[in-house]
Design a protein around this ligand. Structure first.
Ligand code: GLU
Length: 427
């Protein structure tokens, strides 16, 4: 077993390393499940890590080499599944952690996938469309032997979208000499995408939040929500929650925050951002300091941007009752302890944001069947899975006397360990 058996043992300088964060939670769940050391080692260690250096000819004629990764953390329950992110601060430790979180996430919602993640170190904001296309196609070509509907199925993540998924699908298909839609999910609807996929992560967040509100006895109409991030996850969650009667009292973005205690009009805020390029200066609310908005008194705080926004240095200032983790890894292990002391009800990332990969699973099933479902069916099946998974996590929390995050890890580790035991170790 690793020495990281308790969050207290993390040095503060390691607090924001996602692989350390993943290891701490893993170790606690594994020791509570009394998994033996050998099994722990198998479960903890990524199965495959691929590093590729990708030359791209930029628009001005210069050549630049970008580094990319694809980590397959586990294939025990099915093909690896997980997004690809394009960002300047991507590291192998981050991709490893995100890949392991995909393994646990797919196990929590009980869909037949392992976990994987990809990342390319680049700044998409500084790149043209044609540069991004070249980068995407060459990255796909470099990892082509490792991906495929039965091996590893990528999807969108930070700074990647359905257009990029279409390029991956096309590159893979050109090499295969036939169209393979199921190699990637999060595609445009007209190329084998699923109805409901763009909204799925935000919708899943809303579904589990409704379950948490029911448990805490808070009516949705009285629920005040603060959302950090107004992209695919935060923006969709805001729209869907507002439609459901929640009051979205603040939205926080990288360049500022906007606040209205009566509830923001989300459609108007989206329009304002489209016109001005920012959520700030919105006439339907007042501007607020983006750091301070996180600490507003509210029922639900929904971080839906990046890792490490709730840390040991700010967790004690949170004033939410429920923390619904739309992002992957928004809370550090040191912050977990503070949240527990404050009795904040945490819906951990590997449950809260699993709606995205669940509808990715539906997309993969539909592509393989060549038969597409209507949106109502997608949403109904998503709801069944999110609600069942919430109940399963809470059951672990109640029966083992652990917090919701450790309960979700325990449920996931149990499922993956039992798959490994049943398969046996091939030698
Ligand atoms: N990137 C999303 C996540 O972190 C979706 C992954 C997928 O659909 O495969 O869950």
């Amino acid at each position: 077993m690793s020495v990281l058996t308790s969050p207290v043992s993390i040095a503060v300088e390691n607090e924001k390393n996602p692989w350390v964060a993943a290891a701490v939670r893993f170790d606690e769940a594994a020791s509570r499940l009394r998994l033996d050391d050998g099994m722990c080692q198998v479960l903890r260690t990524p199965t495959k890590e691929i590093t590729v250096n990708i030359p791209v000819q930029l628009d001005d004629g210069r050549l630049e080499v970008f580094t990319g990764y694809r980590v397959q953390h586990s294939l025990a329950r099915g093909p690896a599944k997980g997004g690809i992110r394009f960002a300047p601060d991507v590291t192998i430790d981050e991709v490893r952690a995100l890949a392991s979180w995909m393994t646990w996430k797919c196990a929590v919602v009980n869909i037949p996938f392992g976990g994987g993640k990809g990342g390319v170190i680049c700044d998409p904001n500084l790149m043209s469309d044609s540069e991004l296309e070249k980068l995407t196609r060459r990255y796909t070509a470099e990892i082509i032997d490792f991906i495929g509907p039965e091996r590893d199925v990528p999807a969108p993540d930070v700074n990647t979208n359905e257009k990029i998924m279409a390029w991956i699908m096309d590159t893979y298909s050109m090499h295969a000499r036939h169209t393979v839609t199921a190699v990637v999910t999060g595609k445009p609807l007209s190329l084998g995408g699923s109805r409901g996929r763009p909204e799925a992560t935000g919708r899943g967040c809303m579904m589990v939040t409704l379950k948490a509100l029911e448990r805490l006895g808070i009516p949705p109409e009285l629920c005040r929500v603060v959302i950090q991030g107004f992209g695919n996850v935060g923006g969709m969650a805001a729209r869907l929650m507002a439609d459901r009667g929640f009051k979205i009292i603040s939205i926080i973005e990288y360049d500022g925050a906007v606040y209205n205690p009566q509830g923001l009009n989300i459609a108007e805020l989206e329009l304002h951002r489209k016109v001005t390029g920012s959520i700030t200066g919105f006439s339907g609310g007042e501007d607020l300091d983006r750091q301070e908005a996180m600490f507003l008194d509210c029922d639900v705080l929904l971080p839906a941007a990046t890792e490490n926004v709730i840390t040991s240095s700010n967790a004690n200032r949170l004033r939410c009752k429920i923390l619904c983790e739309g992002a992957n890894g928004p809370t550090t292990p040191l912050a977990d302890e503070i949240l527990a002391d404050k009795k904040i009800f945490v819906i951990p990332d590997i449950l809260a944001n699993a709606g995205g990969v669940t509808v990715s699973y539906f997309e993969w099933v539909q592509d393989r069947q060549g038969y597409f479902w209507n949106e109502q069916l997608v949403n109904q099946r998503l709801r069944e899975i999110m609600e069942e998974s919430f109940d399963a996590v809470l059951h672990y929390a109640d029966t083992h006397g652990v917090n919701n995050r450790i309960a979700a890890y325990m449920l996931a580790l149990d499922r993956v360990a039992s798959a490994i035991k049943l398969r046996g170790i091939y030698a």
